[in-house]
Design a protein around this ligand. Structure first.
Ligand SMILES: [Fe+2]
Ligand SMILES: [Fe+2]
Length: 209
């Protein structure tokens, strides 16, 4: 398995959203949840360190597959057994919230999914959502259309904002978690995030010039 220092080199230094600071938080969360849930910690550690490597694919929607390919090469070179490599790759391929092609089946995949999503809520999640919007040149706030709120798809002429991300995705994350330990860690972060965003939406909604 790559060391933490080796893994750091696989990630861009200037990405506060999916860069190494996120990976390291997910790694620690995986260890914490994995110990309580009785998971195979080495599988989980490798999956956490490699789960967001962008590899050769430049399309964010496919990053789970690119990261899995990258991880396969690394672990093969290190002489990992095929069965263990496949266990790591399943965790990585199944970690995306929006892609249901491969759902987490193993305990380790469920824990990586939970840890990755827990890092998207709470105080860190709020900061990451805003950082993402700013980096992507998105507006921070615009009220989402009814169409977006029911489908997650933008209506014609509508732009994605942090409010969209919160109302459609972030406030539902805790319901999607798989493990008991993950759900319990998520609960406090969820409440903190809701307090912040609901306060924010209210302030903006009632603001009059
Ligand atoms: Fe990811
Ligand atoms: Fe991630």
């Amino acid at each position: 398995m790559p060391t933490i220092e080796q893994a750091r080199a696989f990630y861009p230094e200037d990405d506060p959203v999916h860069g190494f600071s996120h990976v390291l938080r997910v790694y620690r969360l995986c260890e914490k949840i994995g110990k309580v849930e009785g998971a195979q910690i080495e599988i989980l550690r490798a999956a956490a360190l490699l789960h967001d490597v962008e590899g050769d694919v430049d399309v964010r929607e496919q990053h789970h597959l690119a990261a899995a390919n990258f991880a396969e090469n690394i672990l093969e070179k290190e002489g990992w057994q095929e069965e263990d490599i496949q266990a790591v790759l399943h965790c990585i391929r199944a970690h995306r919230f929006r892609n249901r092609d491969e759902e987490p089946q193993s305990l380790e995949a469920k824990i990586l999914f939970d840890a990755d999503k827990i890092d998207a809520i709470g105080a860190v999640g709020v900061a990451r959502a805003v950082a993402y919007a700013v980096r992507a040149g998105m507006d921070v706030f615009a009220p989402p259309s009814e169409h977006y709120l029911s489908t997650g798809e933008l209506a014609p002429g509508e732009s994605q904002t942090v409010a969209h991300e919160y109302l459609y995705k972030l406030r539902r994350i805790k319901e999607r978690l798989y493990t008991k330990t993950g759900r319990s860690l998520a609960s406090e972060r969820h409440n903190l995030m809701v307090t912040f965003f609901d306060g924010w939406l209210e302030e903006i909604g009632t603001y009059k010039e």
